[in-house]
Design a protein around this ligand. Structure first.
Ligand SMILES: Cc1cc2nc3c(=O)[nH]c(=O)nc-3n(C[C@H](O)[C@H](O)[C@H](O)COP(=O)(O)O)c2cc1C
Length: 207
């Protein structure tokens, strides 16, 4: 066998060994904030950026990011770092990575594997979404909400805003770039994510 063919065979074998492991949930670590940045510093540095490195976040950074976003900060009551109207906790955070789409299960602090498609480019109409390592998608589950349609629309928008600002402050403290985004094709993205009709995409946020 020629050297080139041998290399391809070895490459395919390695892919076959590693591919199944990508189609798995990712167990996140407990929050472990290394950068002891003051709230003042974080607020001073909070900003939207539209230029992103392709460098992956470490697992600890991803864990901290999602805990900051809407993690459980009071295990006794299972309440979260971000408030929600009536404590409905209706905003699910989906995480679009190169390796696929995941859903953050805040209670168990796990990324639940949804599918292996790289849908980062579908999370926004701006070029950087294609290659930035993380795109968060804030999805309101109306089934979890009380009240009429109008109040569900209003509160899911406000509740996503709190999560987004938590992510902004975490990124400011950690020296990561981020921007919250409303410019994407909702219908196309919902189809890529296999959402139910009661699930409404509110915003996306690139990190
Ligand atoms: C609801 C909402 C939607 C936004 N959508 C986008 C977007 O689609 N693309 C984008 O580049 N920035 C978007 N932004 C970011 C704003 O443009 C940005 O916050 C504003 O220019 C102020 O800049 P700053 O965040 O650095 O203070 C959005 C902000 C909010 C609050």
């Amino acid at each position: 066998m020629k050297q080139f063919e041998k290399r391809i065979t070895v490459g395919v074998l390695i892919m076959l060994i590693y591919l199944p492991s990508l189609a798995e949930d990712i167990r996140l670590s407990p929050p472990q904030f290394q950068n002891d940045v003051s709230l003042y510093e974080a607020l001073k540095n909070r900003r939207s950026e539209r230029s992103f490195s392709e460098k992956e976040l470490s697992l600890q950074q991803l864990s901290d990011l999602l805990w900051a976003a809407a993690g459980v900060n009071r295990p006794d009551s299972e309440k979260r770092t971000a408030p929600t109207a009536h404590n409905d906790q209706e905003i699910d955070i989906y995480v679009a990575l190169k390796t696929g789409l995941y859903l953050h299960n805040a209670k168990d602090h796990i990324l639940v594997f949804i599918h292996a498609n790289d849908i980062r480019s579908k999370t926004g109409k701006q070029k950087f979404t294609e290659t930035a390592p993380v795109n968060l998608i804030y999805v309101a589950d109306y089934d979890k909400m009380k009240g009429d349609e109008e109040s569900k629309k209003f509160y899911s928008a406000t509740d996503s805003g709190f999560i987004s600002q938590n992510v902004y402050l975490y990124c400011a403290a950690e020296g990561l770039a981020t921007v919250v985004r409303g410019w994407f094709d909702r219908k196309e993205l919902a189809a890529e994510m296999n959402l139910r009709p009661e699930q409404h995409i509110i915003l996306a946020q690139t990190v």
